[in-house]
Design a protein around this ligand. Structure first.
Ligand code: ADP
Ligand code: MG
Length: 349
């Protein structure tokens, strides 16, 4: 979706590859001390001094990971950066630089790419990461975006997936499932629009859910919050595929089991209302819906007092011996084995 309704459509072929790169990258600023050289040479040059470097990359393909029918390009650019930064947050590190590679067909005018890069610039400014390079090439049909993110941390700060202990508490930030329900609302509106292009959707009651889907944020604040509380998680992961799937990753890599409590799941009221409207079970969606980009982590039991009642965090369960397995404890106090179905599993039911 190209948000700018002006009819201007400048062909990217007109600019040529280098003209296009210059045009799209001219506004990026360098702010991190670790960036010695950014865009413009054959490679960027970084210096993290005595810190460790943390790196991650994500590939987004039109029609697979995003649908331009309801995803404005500005939001796509923003989200592509944010989902990468979220992975660095999940290592308890600080994101410092990104590289942005795109492949586009000539179906996209320059104005569309400007919108995409406006979103990228907004996220880069918001998260204080330098855009230090990338690649620009053509594709036959759709759009492909690959972002690589680099971050820094002291060696002893880094949190892996494999450190959870058998008696640790399981903690999550924010609330769950809203991004998935936002996607359901958008999919429904797309279908309504296809039948009646003149329909004017009233999306006011879905604002929070749609925002969670179209403009997610990475929890860069959690690193600071935990530092202030003098808590170092024993294991951590970000929620991209869904709570259930992420719990299984921590359990498998840490060789522990888990009891997750249904009545502890943090759910937004708007999320619960819309689950009811769509006739979906809120717990099922909260556990399996993905793309919340909240952080899931384990802490030692003795850190309970430090985190208790903190509005940023919800204790949703505890780890167990591996042999006890991974279960959801329902409100009715029955134990159901958790399955990792991933974020798109719900639509397959
Ligand atoms: P090379 O031919 O050496 O790969 P390019 O001509 O592809 O160099 O890129 C020129 C400069 O612009 C490089 O610094 C590269 O990292 C940067 N760059 C190219 N495409 C992008 C992009 N989409 N976003 C950010 N930087 C880019
Ligand atoms: Mg190149």
């Amino acid at each position: 979706m190209i948000e700018d309704k002006t009819p201007q459509r400048t062909s990217i072929a007109q600019l040529g590859e280098f003209g296009l790169i210059d045009h799209l990258t001219k506004n990026f600023e360098i702010n991190q001390a670790s960036t010695l050289t950014g865009i413009g040479d054959d490679a960027a040059v970084l210096d993290f001094k005595d810190k460790k470097t943390v790196i991650s990359t994500d590939l987004l393909i039109e029609g697979v990971h995003f649908d331009l029918a309801y995803m404005p390009l500005r939001h796509l650019g923003y989200k592509a950066v944010v989902v990468n930064i979220s992975d660095i947050c999940a290592m308890n590190a600080k994101a410092t630089q990104i590289l942005v590679s795109i492949a586009v067909s000539n179906r996209f005018p320059l104005e569309a790419l400007e919108e995409l890069f406006d979103g990228i610039t907004l996220a880069a400014n918001e998260y204080k990461v330098d855009v230090i390079g990338g690649d620009t090439t053509s594709s036959q049909k759709g759009m492909i975006i690959s972002i690589t993110v680099i971050g820094e941390a002291e060696e002893n700060e880094i949190v892996y997936r494999n450190g959870a202990g058998q008696t640790d508490l399981l903690v999550v930030t924010g609330d769950l499932g809203a991004a998935y329900m936002g996607l359901q609302v958008l999919e429904r509106e797309k279908q309504v629009f296809q039948v009646n292009p003149n329909s004017q959707p009233d999306l006011d009651v879905y604002t929070y859910l749609i925002e969670r889907q179209l403009k997610p944020e990475a929890r860069k604040d959690v690193r600071t919050l935990l530092h202030a509380l003098e808590i170092k998680p024993t294991a951590m992961i970000d929620i991209s595929d869904g709570l259930s799937s992420e719990i299984m990753h921590i359990c498998k890599q840490s060789k522990v089991g888990c009891n997750l409590y249904e009545d502890k799941l943090p759910l937004d009221p708007q999320f619960m209302n819309v689950c009811e409207e769509f006739d979906l079970d809120a717990t099922t969606v909260a556990i399996n819906g993905g793309e919340d980009y909240e952080l899931l982590f384990t802490i030692k039991m003795e850190d309970f007092e430090k985190i208790k009642g903190n509005p940023n965090f919800t204790i949703i369960g505890h780890m167990t011996q591996e042999s006890e397995g991974i279960h959801l404890v329902t409100r009715a106090n029955t134990r159901i084995p958790l399955k990792a179905r991933g974020w798109n599993a719900l639509s397959e039911e």
